[in-house]
Design a protein around this ligand. Structure first.
Ligand code: 2AM
Length: 174
């Protein structure tokens, strides 16, 4: 069978922000069975591609390189729950148009290149835990400031503990 790689585009917080998010997650009251996302894996998914034939990864990189979006700032606040996926997350309040431009720009270009993407709407969030049947209960926390200057392409390897590897990064430019 042809080799495939499981890929997604994401925003990857820097170490300081990751530690802030991890600290919130560490003090939450998680029910039994919830699987917390390790600090090193915390991210905001932009577009999930799923399994991509290895020979098409260069086309994915070209799509990323063809996009021009200016740097922007995010504010993480509050929390929420996707009941079907059973994930609990930190929300993104007043997300700027540039974030949606990045999502739409990537999706449109990927589709033009023949990549099949699901039609789901984009709800920016940072997943904190999986296997969660009920909404998370987090401590109160002040909004987290996230200056975004790049987006990344990530490979996800399945296993008992999934492993994420950043395999490409592109700078946002005014
Ligand atoms: P999440 O952002 O809600 O956690 C890698 O699996 C990343 O892609 C995860 O962050 C995950 O969701 C996101 N993702 C989006 N759609 C997915 C899907 N159909 N299957 C697996 N992961 C998906």
């Amino acid at each position: 069978m042809a080799e495939h790689r499981r890929l997604f585009f994401a925003l990857w917080p820097d170490e300081a922000l990751r530690q802030q998010i991890a600290a919130i997650s560490a003090t939450a009251d998680w029910p039994r069975g919830a699987r917390r996302v390790p600090a090193a894996h915390l991210h905001l998914t932009l577009v999930f591609l799923g399994d991509v034939p290895a020979e098409r990864v260069d086309a994915v990189r070209s799509v990323a390189a063809s996009l021009r979006v200016a740097p922007f700032e995010l504010s993480l606040a509050g929390c929420g729950h996707f009941p079907r996926a059973e994930v609990g997350w930190l929300g993104c309040v007043d997300a700027p148009p540039a974030l949606f431009a990045l999502n739409t720009g990537l999706r449109q270009r990927l589709r033009t290149q023949g990549f099949a993407l699901r039609g789901e709407s984009f709800r920016p969030h940072v997943t904190l835990a999986r296997g969660l049947r009920e909404p998370p209960v987090l401590p109160d926390y002040p909004p987290l400031h996230w200056p975004v200057s790049e987006y990344v392409l990530v490979e996800s390897r399945r296993g008992r503990a999934p492993a994420y590897t950043v395999i490409g990064a592109w700078s946002l430019a005014p």
